[in-house]
Design a protein around this ligand. Structure first.
Ligand code: OAD
Length: 258
């Protein structure tokens, strides 16, 4: 069925029209239409079992391995970054940025480290897993931004203290960034009337929770994901479709009815 004829998309559009405060959770699926691989599922980065370094990718990308073998972690971070080189935000990111201008409150909690939501113009983005384009020094706190990693080889050194620089992303077994947690906590004080999950397998409790809590409180919940997840039976409206086309079609319906 064409997206514009899907009554579930019309229902979503009606809810968008009736809402004033919207909270959106996004994952790798929203960037899939930019050509980035997802982590899990078809073509996912994590599907190949052990890496050539004899450990699962989640171990290679972990805080403890970074502390002892930074070259291993850097190797796989470079692969992830390489997959994003030359790619940019897509229509889905743009529609969310357009939506943000129309609502009293509009927040995006993203697990993506590609920076596409901000690049597309979304103002209130919580990057709970950090941002691959930012490097930081754990020793002295120096930070620098890189559009991509083509400008340096191997492990970059801090220009201020010569320690190892690292991407400002959350590795496995590391804590979430405090500032982003504080912003997420602040969102807990807003009475959202629509909560939307887009393109995530909802692997982590802090990603599942906002949707489940909203559902329990009687707030409208929507999931957009072509594959079912553990949220699909929990949300009030499940849209088994791609993010970009669904957001675009629903937003057109909202504007047509304004
Ligand atoms: P996953 O790779 O686990 O899930 C991606 C989801 O996107 C899947 O459920 C797909 O079905 C869905 N999907 C694929 N194409 C889509 C499309 N066009 N439109 C909508 N949905 C689509 O990615 P995340 O849930 O984001 O963390 O993974 C979460 C975290 O796992 C990542 O941030 C990363 C990884 O470990 C860290 O590195 C700490």
């Amino acid at each position: 069925m064409d997206v514009a004829d899907d009554p579930r998309v019309q229902q979503f559009a009606n809810w968008l029209s009736e809402s004033r405060r919207v909270f959106v959770v996004t994952g790798a699926g929203i960037s899939a239409e930019s050509g980035l691989p997802t982590y899990r599922g078809v073509g996912g980065l994590y599907n190949n079992g052990e890496t050539e370094d004899g450990m699962p990718i989640e171990v290679a990308l972990s805080g403890p391995v970074f502390q002892t073998q930074p070259e291993v972690t850097w190797k796989y971070l470079r692969q992830i970054e390489g997959g994003a080189q030359g790619k940019t935000f897509n229509r889905g990111h743009q529609v969310l940025a357009e939506m943000a201008k129309q609502y009293t409150d509009f927040w995006i909690l993203t697990q993506n480290v590609d920076g596409f939501h901000s690049a597309a113009g979304s103002p209130n983005v919580i990057e709970i897993h950090g941002n691959l384009h930012r490097l930081r020094c754990e020793a002295c706190g120096h930070r620098e931004n890189h559009e991509d990693y083509s400008g340096f080889d191997g492990i970059p050194a801090c220009p201020a203290c010569s320690s190892t620089l690292r991407p400002d992303v959350v590795l496995f077994e590391e804590s979430l960034p405090l500032e982003e947690l504080r912003r997420l906590d602040d969102c807990g004080r807003i009475d959202f009337d629509l909560v939307i999950s887009i393109g995530t397998s909802s692997h982590f409790p802090y990603i599942l929770q906002p949707i489940l809590v909203a559902q329990q409180l009687g707030v409208r919940t929507v999931e957009i994901n072509p594959a079912r997840t553990l949220l699909s039976d929990e949300v009030e409206l499940y849209l088994p479709r791609k993010a970009g086309e669904t957001l675009e079609a629903a937003w057109k319906m909202v504007q047509a009815s304004a």
